[in-house]
Design a protein around this ligand. Structure first.
Ligand SMILES: NC(=O)c1ccc[n+]([C@@H]2O[C@H](COP(=O)([O-])OP(=O)(O)OC[C@H]3O[C@@H](n4cnc5c(N)ncnc54)[C@H](O)[C@@H]3O)[C@@H](O)[C@H]2O)c1
Length: 442
């Protein structure tokens, strides 16, 4: 069976590499020549733990290949997985241009009976439209069918999540399509949930939006904790023993970012609205998240009035640890606000620096360690809970900063440990620690 994956981003490349790891022969297609050249050298174009090794091994052993030549790839494919991006449009709806571009390319190339599997996150009803489009446009007289197979991996643990997935969701309209996909996934030995295509599409949005809602919920509880004198870490711990609640996605902070939750909440909200239903929980989730992003910035403004001329150490740029992805990272709008204020920024991120430099041409100094960033800084802002930052000895802040004042947007440190240091510490949903009582005059 010839499997082709369209798109070698976080989803496509990890899917391709993992399918080859269980013995399938897989060709990955991308339009980005640089990416394909890198992958052909055995180098992953994205940072994802374990991916380099998987890619290199399966490429060298001949099960995995990369190409920009989509015509040859799709010509005799039995299954094509579509894993291209579905970014948000300005109005919040999902942009399906990349998906339909791949469909055009499949339609002009395919010569065999083929199952097209949509892995990209797409609005409910898209798989039906994709099938109609393909049936209308294929040149050869072949049988072409579409199945939905949404992806649930998380960046930072994508390889592990794929090799040991909680479930595989298959949305099909025929027994034949179901059997083909069961065969593809046999080697993973994971639970398979079979539904129709529309339910599969909805499972993806409902799952992501539920997790986003959980984050916004705990952030609102954290905000109330600050007012009433409770501690969000203790509250979340106490809640988590209840199996109905669980201990995941109960970490208060600056809210969710990344390539999925922000766009998938907006897309479902848009879709429901368009169908005449206002989905209030998701609307609130989006509003809370937008507001939460600036929580530390507001606290700093409250304390200092102006941040003009202050030297700010920014610790963490990516939207979460263990990824180089900056999409919707809270660091971005905060850094822009800090620069607008007239602050000088020295930034550290273990893997996000290159992407940040490429994407944003901002007057920032980049350094290779958190300690370098802290040297002579007036304040530190923490935007990502990288272990390099969490494991930093609190003495470093005392020793290296001009004034050890931390705005920790990710609750990296145990509040009881902070209390023993000469540090002013602001975090989320916990009492402020004001030990050094410094007065900053600018
Ligand atoms: N990133 C995640 O954690 C994640 C998790 C689950 C689901 N998803 C969904 O999966 C989809 C892909 O997300 P991603 O983060 O992997 O995207 P991405 O932006 O990282 O990668 C998309 C890739 O597709 C390529 N591409 C664009 N047009 C192409 C074409 N015509 N032919 C071949 N390749 C083409 C791009 O060059 C790029 O390499 C989205 O719908 C997303 O919502 C993402």
């Amino acid at each position: 069976m010839k499997i082709v994956v369209a798109g070698t981003g976080y989803v496509g490349l990890v899917t391709g590499a993992c399918l080859s790891e269980i013995g399938h022969k897989v060709t990955c297609v991308d339009i980005d020549e640089n990416k394909v050249t890198m992958m052909k050298k055995g180098i992953s174009p994205i940072y994802e733990p374990g991916l380099d090794e998987l890619l290199k091994r399966n490429y060298e052993e001949g099960r995995l290949d990369f190409t920009t030549d989509y015509k040859n790839a799709y010509k005799d494919a039995n299954i094509v997985f579509i894993g291209v991006g579905t970014p948000e449009r300005e109005d919040g709806s999902a942009n399906l241009d990349y998906v339909f571009k791949v469909c055009e390319q499949i339609a002009e190339s395919v010569e065999n009976n083929c199952l097209v599997v949509v892995k990209s996150t797409v609005p409910i009803g898209t798989n039906d439209r994709v099938e109609e489009f393909l049936k209308e446009h294929v040149k050869a007289s072949i049988h072409i069918e579409v199945a939905s197979n949404p992806e649930f991996l998380a960046q930072g643990t994508a390889v592990k999540d794929t090799l040991h997935a909680s479930r595989i969701v298959i949305g099909v309209e025929s027994k034949e399509a179901e059997e083909k996909l069961r065969y593809v996934y046999e080697g993973f030995n994971q639970p398979i949930v079979v539904t129709n295509r529309r339910s599969a599409e909805m499972i993806k949005y409902a799952s992501n939006d539920f997790l986003a809602l959980k984050i916004s919920f705990i952030n609102e509880i954290a905000n109330v904790c600050e007012i009433v004198g409770a501690n969000i870490e203790d509250v979340a711990r106490g809640m988590s023993y209840d199996k109905r609640i669980g201990d995941k996605f109960l970490k208060a902070g600056l809210g969710y970012g990344g390539s999925c939750f922000p766009k998938d909440t907006k897309a479902l909200h848009w879709l429901a609205n368009d169908s005449g239903y206002e989905i209030k929980t998701i609307k609130a989730t989006i509003e809370v998240n937008e507001n939460q992003k600036y929580k530390m910035f507001r606290k700093a403004k409250q304390r200092f009035g102006s941040l003009k001329g202050m030297k700010v150490a920014v610790l963490g740029l990516t939207f979460k640890p263990e990824t180089d992805d900056l999409r919707e990272a809270p660091s971005i709008p905060n850094i822009k606000r800090l620069l607008d204020e007239g602050a000088e920024i020295v930034a550290f991120d273990p893997v996000g620096e290159e992407n940040f430099k490429k994407k944003f041409n901002l007057p920032i100094e980049y350094v290779k360690s958190p300690k370098e960033a802290l040297k002579n800084a007036d304040v530190a802002f923490i935007f990502t809970e990288w272990k390099e930052i969490k494991n930093l000895d609190l003495q470093c802040y005392e020793r290296l900063m001009k004034t050890p004042i931390i705005f920790d947007g990710r609750n990296c440190y145990d509040i009881n440990l902070v209390k023993d240091h000469n540090i002013d510490y602001y975090s989320v949903g916990r009492k402020e620690v004001l030990n050094c009582n410094l007065c900053y005059n600018n």
